[in-house]
Ligand binder design. Structure first.
Ligand SMILES: Nc1ncnc2c1ncn2[C@@H]1O[C@H](COP(=O)(O)OP(=O)(O)OP(=O)(O)O)[C@@H](O)[C@H]1O
Length: 259
């Protein structure tokens, strides 16, 4: 059995919003590890803290307390140069609403992070070509986002999140704005990227179909983990999906302890 190292460590993370008499505890001391090469899913009801968690990891917001380590290094202790490298090339971010710039073509959107971080243009183009073939977006690279379907936009956004070879891709409800067919195509691509290149992915999703592509799922409620599911070796996606539904059904029935 292959032993994988810890890539990301989330340690006792807390995030409070608001002030004194009106505090929301979005994260309540959550701790977990993401292993290198994992495709880890985070599921939980609306308001359970999923986006807050991703945003703390992405350094979009600051946690109230606790730590996030990448390859053993505390990201809160990064100086501005480390932070720029972390945001620009160690993590890739995939948003629910694609977050593409309307006045740039697909190709320009994908290459934008690299031009900001000064990567070699020839290298970047070669990489883009490969990614575009895999994600089946070669023919739409010259189009503007308004000329693309939702599924195409999200695959362009996926290419942008991967172009700098990040250690980890953070995906926040990447299928949330897609129809069932486009969602399945995207998830197949993400799974392919995870399996073929060992790219680590941390994905937040409401959708049990999307989550069934993961190798492990953490279920969170009120800013803390209350259950974990692992996809067994050789377990079909359909069987894993059924197990996810069972957890969600018990969650809905308020009896998470029976898991
Ligand atoms: N900027 C903010 N100010 C105050 N409260 C906030 C802020 N952002 C989030 N919250 C609160 O923190 C809690 C967690 O929110 P978060 O967006 O992380 O949940 P979520 O699980 O991602 O929800 P959803 O699935 O609906 O997107 C919620 O109660 C939310 O209302």
């Amino acid at each position: 059995m292959i032993r994988r190292g810890k890539l990301l460590e989330v340690q006792d993370l807390q995030k409070n919003y608001g002030k004194k008499d009106n505090i929301t505890k979005a994260l309540n001391g959550i701790s977990f590890d993401v292993l290198s090469g994992e495709f880890l899913g985070i599921m939980g009801p609306s308001g359970s803290g999923k986006t807050t968690l991703l945003n703390c990891i992405a350094t979009i917001i600051k946690p109230t307390s606790g730590r996030v380590l990448l390859n053993g290094k505390n990201i809160s202790a990064f100086d501005s140069k480390d932070l720029e490298e972390y945001r620009g090339s160690r993590i890739g971010y995939l948003f629910q609403d694609f977050a593409l710039l309307d006045n740039l073509t697909g190709q320009e959107n994908i290459l934008l992070p690299l031009s900001i971080h000064g990567m070699d243009v020839a290298k970047a183009r070669a990489k883009l070509e490969k990614l575009a073939v895999f994600l089946e977006i070669t023919d739409i690279l010259h189009k503007f986002p308004s000329q693309m379907s939702g599924g195409q936009k999200q695959r362009v956004a996926a290419a942008r999140s991967l172009i700098s070879d990040p250690d980890i891709v953070l995906a926040d409800e990447p299928t949330g704005a897609l129809d069932t067919r486009s969602a399945k195509i995207l998830m197949n691509k993400l799974e392919g990227i995870n399996r073929s290149s060992g790219r680590t992915i941390l994905m937040v999703s409401h959708d049990p179909n999307a989550a069934s592509f993961c190798s492990r799922i953490l279920f969170i409620q009120d800013g803390i983990i209350f259950h974990e599911l692992r996809r067994k070796q050789d377990e079909s996606r359909e069987k894993f999906y059924d197990r996810i539904l069972k957890v969600l059904a018990q969650l809905g029935g308020g009896s998470a302890n029976v898991l």
